[in-house]
Design a protein around this ligand. Sequence first.
Ligand code: TYD
Ligand code: MG
Length: 467
Amino acid sequence: MAKARTQFVCQNCGTVHTRWAGKCDGCGEWNTIVEEDPMGGIGAGPGKVPKKGRPVTLTSLSGEIEEAPRIPTGMAELDRATGGGFVRGSAVLIGGDPGIGKSTLLMQAAAALSRKGRRVIYVSGEEAVAQVRLRAQRLQAAETDVLLAAETNVEDILATLAEGKRPDLVIIDSIQTLWSDTADSAPGTVTQVRTGVQAMIRFAKQTGATMVLVGHVTKDGQIAGPRVVEHMVDAVLYFEGDRGHHYRILRTVKNRFGPTDEIGVFEMSDRGLREVANPSELFLGERNEKAPGAAVFAGMEGTRPVLVEVQALVAQTSLGTPRRAVVGWDSSRLSMILAVLEAHCGVRLGSHDVYLNVAGGYRISEPAADMAVASALVSSLAGLALPADCVYFGEVSLSGAVRPVAHTAQRLKEAEKLGFARAVLPSASPDLPKGTAGRWSEIESLPDLVARIAGSRVKAGEDTDGN
Ligand code: TYD
Ligand code: MG
């Protein structure tokens, strides 16, 4: 008889080890390795006698597609993030911190689809039926035909789904609660989560129903266990936001059927999530225009322009090594900007702590923010507020040159719409709106920018002298 084999799987990254260890070699996390029995689960070893394969029918690429491939929910922000609605027969993973609003979002989506006559099944493994009903009442979704089940067993869920008319949308909340009889390990382990998700995906592919899977993110920002299913699903969306703020961002990180750089913006209210059609107004809402160290960045999220305030604080350090703390931006990118300021512009920050914050818990991933960051830093160091009606964008290279970025026209249009009359942008920017060329300050290099900001002190001084 084959010896019973167990394996040790990291619950954070899924790395398989031959023996238990305190620290995972794969991701460096401590105490995440758990003993699991691989038999019966996905990735079972060669313990079983291999069954004889059965030939499948091969078909051609062309052929009939009988139904509209997408189901739009009518919630514009959600549809934008999914690339125009849920794709039939696909599996979508929605990850996010516990309590961020995943269940709320999906309940609203379920209600919206149900009102359009779709058959929607909501399987909750976390909350009892009464709790889900209570939430549905609050979201004014109670009167819809969404079908509800509180169940965690994979086989029971599949049997339930197979009964009656095929569902259009199935929501599984959450994959960490799924457990299957065929896998021996405890619920929430990698083997169980993979087995459960695999079974749900198979159901989606076979029937053409859309499967939405909820996964909780744990401490270090990776979905616990579910990170190991990201490769199995068709789309991965993250629901993010700062607990201290009301708005939430639905960000696409993988999409086999659409773009991956789109975001949907929502605001959490006492009646659930409200869609935010113009995020810039929200991100700029609490601006203090007279404070030094704040620059408005004209950014892009996918096809949509977003204005957001970048705040910097530069202060004399009291420690041996100055602190650099960044919220909402890449910290290595900040180090680069600091180095360029130091090397090419004579701005010495070696004995200063630098804090950088993107307002409202928003996260910028574009290099085009370099210029806004540099402006905020210089403004804070010099103690000079930047003009309140000016936006900044442009990429800074290591040589100190400022490079043009894409979508200039869209960024400027959004800025104008929100009352920003001026912009500091890279020289030789393509697609500048016609007839407006004289209105923008075109910057060739970072030293130009620093001189410009420092020059405003001289000007301010002249004004006072003149008075
Ligand atoms: P929930 O959807 O349960 O989060 P998740 O499923 O991601 O764990 O959201 C829970 C939070 O949302 C909770 O802190 C309360 C808040 N909330 C509101 O502010 N308004 C509402 O109408 C609802 C339903 C929830
Ligand atoms: Mg939930």
